[in-house]
Structure formats: structure tokens, C-alpha cells
Design a protein around this ligand. Structure first.
Ligand code: FES
Length: 146
């Protein structure tokens, strides 16, 4: 059941996100081959699978570093100088948002609210929350991740 004009049942769309999360857990990102396989097995056009895989911030179509930094860029953090935190991360790692250090140690991403607004500005490194950030804290925090 492939091809243009075929309406995929909603269950398959929900299943798609779960399957993408599973691939992400297994490989650390969602490789192109997995996108093609999922498109075929769920009978969803490949561009739609790619669209979903690139839409969610917890999924990545590119290989990620061993540690993924997600600095919150939403308004409450922004109002508490999140930009200075982003600059401190950039300066410390010499990479910008969406990039990975050449040694594969860190990937730096920007994220929408991560649920830590009462301690803004905030970021996650992998699943670890870091709150009430200041630029001065960044070097020490990053130093704890190998
Ligand atoms: S706005 Fe930054 S954690 Fe909610």
C-alpha cells in the first residue's frame, strides 16, 4: 500500500513517532536507511517520515556527540539572559547551535521550554538538568562530561 494519494491510517502516524524514537535510542540518531525502511514498512511517503524525524527536537537525522546540550531558548529563559548562556557554550566549545565538536564529545542544540522555567535560564545535558545558569558556570559544568 504505497504511492501518492494513499491516506495512511492515524495509527501508523502514531506508530511512526514511536518507531523513530526506538531507532534514535538504538543508533543515537535516525539514519537515512532507517527513514527509508520505516517509510516502506508503514506505507508513509519518505518525505513525510523525514519531516517527522526532523521536526521533533528529541530526534536527530545526524549523528550526535556523546553528550547533547540543549539550551532553552523560550521566553522565560530568554528574559533571564539565555543568550549569554548560548554564547558561553559557543565560546567554550567553539561550535554553534546544531553543531558537534570535532572530537564527538558534544552536540550543541537549542530547545524550546524544557520545563525548568522557575530556575531559568536552564539547559539539559543528556538527561541532566542544569539550572540558574550563569556564563561563569558553563565551563565547570561542561568539564564534568567526558
Ligand atoms: S522557558 Fe526555559 S525552561 Fe521553560
Amino acid at each position: 500500500m504505497t504511492g501518492k494519494g494513499v491516506i495512511t491510517p492515524p495509527k501508523d502516524r502514531a506508530d511512526l513517532v514511536e518507531r523513530l524514537k526506538e531507532v534514535q535510542r538504538r543508533y543515537g540518531h535516525v539514519p537515512e536507511e532507517a527513514i527509508a525502511e520505516l517509510a516502506e514498512s508503514l506505507a508513509i511517503p519518505i518525505h513525510e517520515v523525514y519531516g517527522v524525524a526532523s521536526f521533533y527536537s528529541f530526534l536527530s537525522t545526524k549523528p550526535l556527540g556523546r553528550n547533547v546540550i540543549r539550551v532553552c531558548r523560550s521566553l522565560p529563559c530568554y528574559l533571564k539572559s539565555a543568550e549569554m548562556i548560548m554564547e558561553a557554550v559557543e565560546k567554550e566549545l567553539d561550535i554553534g547551535p546544531g553543531e558537534t565538536t570535532p572530537d564527538g564529545r558534544f552536540t550543541f542544540e537549542l530547545a524550546n521550554c524544557i520545563g525548568l522555567c522557575d530556575h531559568a535560564p536552564a539547559m539539559l545535558i543528556n538527561r541532566d538538568p542544569h539550572v540558574d545558569l550563569t556564563p561563569e558556570k558553563i565551563k565547570q559544568i561542561l568539564g564534568a562530561y567526558k
